[in-house]
Design a protein. Structure first.
Length: 364
């Protein structure tokens, strides 16, 4: 339905184009209407004065509509004590079993809606989906972890080894990993327990949040029991959102694109574990991570990134002062990365956390 102002503008523009030599059919096509529509608007004087009158049209009552008596009977039956807590989908079949047909389920629903009675019927409360918050903000190491499992190829076609990995989202440090021949909840339980022991989670007042996908292994009862015992809060990816666990997926991609990765398959479990151990050491200690201003995850995890980045900033300032004509803009940004957000659904939460961290840095 085209608004009155748009109709008037179309008629005016089409008239100008037609008088300038444009074909009327082409001018109407450019405006998205048919030539017959334009003629109808012009023939009906009120079409360009009062707009579309179809919504205000008085239409006759359909011949098959319920009479007032039938509507009253439908309401009376729906409000009988035996049907008072039942929806129309249950009322109509019950009446049919008694040899009574009054109206369809949809008609019952429309009549009840018109009377304001089609709310959730019965004593049971209407189910509500209370989904936990998926936005988490890490202001330091040990606050937010993510974990996942990936397949490692073997020399035997169809056989795989399984790499379990836990990553600290704030520092990007791999805090736990294991490689096994099978995908089992007991392996996932053990890697969580070892990571918690290595990071001293028991001595911390604030326990980390552990985010993962909705895989059966990561949601197994034994895993949940271990998380509860350690005080770690589980978090899961949203349904149908493939990049909710992007931090772990990114680490797996880095691992499988390393030159040392055995693309044609590991010959045995020991070789896979040796490769994983070497990769974790390189990733944590030697790898200058682009997302954290090119410091290593271990350096950021230990809080050394501020000192390193400050030294880089001072070096760049010295280089600029020595030869300012080579610097047309400011020096490279070596400001430490602040809070890291997982699944930023709530911009206000992120803004608040970043503001608080900025104030803390200024006070320090």
């Amino acid at each position: 339905m085209i608004a009155l102002e748009d109709r008037q503008a179309m008629v005016r523009d089409i008239g100008i184009a037609h008088r300038a030599g444009a074909r009327l059919s082409k001018a109407c096509e450019m405006c998205g209407i048919d030539r017959r529509t334009l003629h109808r608007w012009k023939a009906d004087g009120q079409a360009l004065e009062s707009g579309d009158r179809r919504p205000m049209a008085i239409r006759p009552t359909p011949a098959h509509a319920l009479t007032p008596e039938e509507r009253a009977r439908v309401l009376s039956v729906a409000n009988e004590p035996r049907f008072a807590d039942r929806p129309p989908a249950r009322i109509v079949p019950a009446l049919a079993d008694e040899g009574i047909y009054m109206a369809s389920e949809s008609t019952f629903g429309r009549v009840l809606s018109a009377e304001g009675q089609n709310a959730h019927r019965g004593r049971a409360k209407e189910p509500k989906q209370q989904r936990p918050a998926t936005t988490h903000v890490a202001n330091g190491p040990g606050e937010l972890w993510c974990w996942d499992m990936t397949y490692l190829p073997t020399k035997v076609m169809g056989r795989w080894f399984f790499l379990y990995l836990i990553l600290d989202i704030y520092s990007r440090k791999i805090v736990g990993w294991e490689v096994h021949e099978t995908d089992d909840a007991d392996h996932a339980t053990r890697v969580v327990q070892r990571a918690a022991l290595a990071e001293g989670i028991a001595a911390r007042q604030t326990k980390p949040v552990l985010h993962g996908d909705n895989g059966a292994t990561l949601k197994a009862t034994t895993v949940l029991a271990m998380l509860h015992w350690l005080g770690i809060k589980p978090s899961y990816s949203r349904p149908r959102v493939s990049n909710d666990n992007a931090f772990a997926e990114s680490a797996f991609r880095t691992a499988k694109y390393r030159p040392e990765f055995v693309r044609h398959g590991f010959k045995d479990l020991d070789q896979a574990r040796r490769w994983a151990n070497a990769f974790v050491h390189w990733y944590n200690v030697e790898h200058l991570h682009s997302a954290i201003r090119y410091v290593s995850p271990s350096q950021r995890h230990a809080g050394q990134d501020h000192e390193i980045l400050a030294a880089r900033h001072q070096l760049y300032l010295t280089a600029k002062a020595a030869n300012p004509r080579r610097w047309t803009r400011n020096t490279r940004n070596w400001t430490p990365i602040g809070a890291v957000t997982l699944n930023p659904e709530n911009p206000e939460l992120i803004k608040t956390e970043s503001s608080n961290q900025h104030k803390t840095a200024i006070a320090a």
